[in-house]
Design a protein around this ligand. Sequence first.
Ligand code: GLY
Ligand code: MN
Ligand code: MN
Length: 416
Amino acid sequence: MQDEYAARRAALMEIVPAASIVLLPGAKLQYRNADAEYPFRQNSDFYYLTGFSEPDAFLVLTKDEKAKVKYILFSLPHDPEAEIWSGKRIGQEGAVKDYAADEAYVCDQLEPVVSKLLDGMQHVYCPKSYDLSAWSNIPKSEVNVLPLIHEMRLIKSPAEISELREAAKISAVAHNKLLRACKPGMFEYQLEAMFTGYCMQEGCRALAYTPIVASGNNACTLHYIENTQKISDKELVLIDAGGEFNNYAADITRTIPANGKFTPEQKAIYQLVLDAQLQGIDEVRPGNTWNKVQETMLQVIVGGLVELGIMQGDVETLIKDKAYRQFYMHSSGHWLGLDVHDAGTYQIEQKWRKFEPGMVLTVEPGIYINSNANVEEKWRGIGVRIEDDILVTEHGNEVLSRDAIKQVADIENAAI
Ligand code: GLY
Ligand code: MN
Ligand code: MN
């Protein structure tokens, strides 16, 4: 894997001109409260270029006048006292030996070493948010380095695809377990616990984001994460949850009937969202543009809502006026990778981006009919989202999360 990190650094340094320096801080430990730490998670851009997962690290890449590139890593020093508490550190010799740094220094050396490296440099590449005011000899030309890294991150390598496939596979099985376990009377957090437990047992050291386990009308709160309500009979439960495997995210949503059987209204809405999703996924192939997925799904969703009598009017006009936004208020999905909402632009020069092999995205239509919506009583409190993780392949796509059951009959049979 070190070869791949080296190739990524080399590719980045190919883009920057001679006499450039790249400055990229890694993540710091975060505290939940007082001195209780969150488990450390490296910044995704830093990880992408180094594979280095200790807090307080700092990456410097230089390209001199003669275009010679150097990789310098700053990290915590060996410290026998601290290592008794927090475990072994890689240290500077490890940074050179195991992480292929040309030079390695302790974090405290950042200022003198970088000040020297800045001499003679004409361009500095760093995150836009990085505060350069601490440095006295910064070159005039400052460039935001993140868009360059993010463009690289958009196309996943075979090694990255295999991590994403594993994250999706584990998470899909976890969703199926919840489908079989869900019963009215359970609390939402019990499903959350089951999901978390299974993912962790299978090697996910974290979840990619806080799970949403939303029964009944809670599903209409898009980022509901309280997960404290008792699940009632005849309600749907929307579960949006994904494991993180070696820093790569899964992002899957399934919506299931609490008692194992959809009511006719729930089934009608569910089937509509599923039809939209399946047609949306069909649009994911090389050469097709990003917006095609949403446009296709809108035709199905708005057409279906009109047919069910939930919306009234001409489908094209309702789409043009965005009238559907009271029931479907988010986009078709997002890039997926090291971050759940992964790096990369959706448009280039205001034109929708074309899919290319190696891109990974979610397709996640939904219909949310709030309990106070101005519709017939029988539709109220139904919230459905179905979300899968899709890899763009050479000739079409592969649904990485395909193991998660989603056909109505399969859901109803699995729950028996
Ligand atoms: N789980 C966050 C999302 O679906 O975008
Ligand atoms: Mn998503
Ligand atoms: Mn999601």
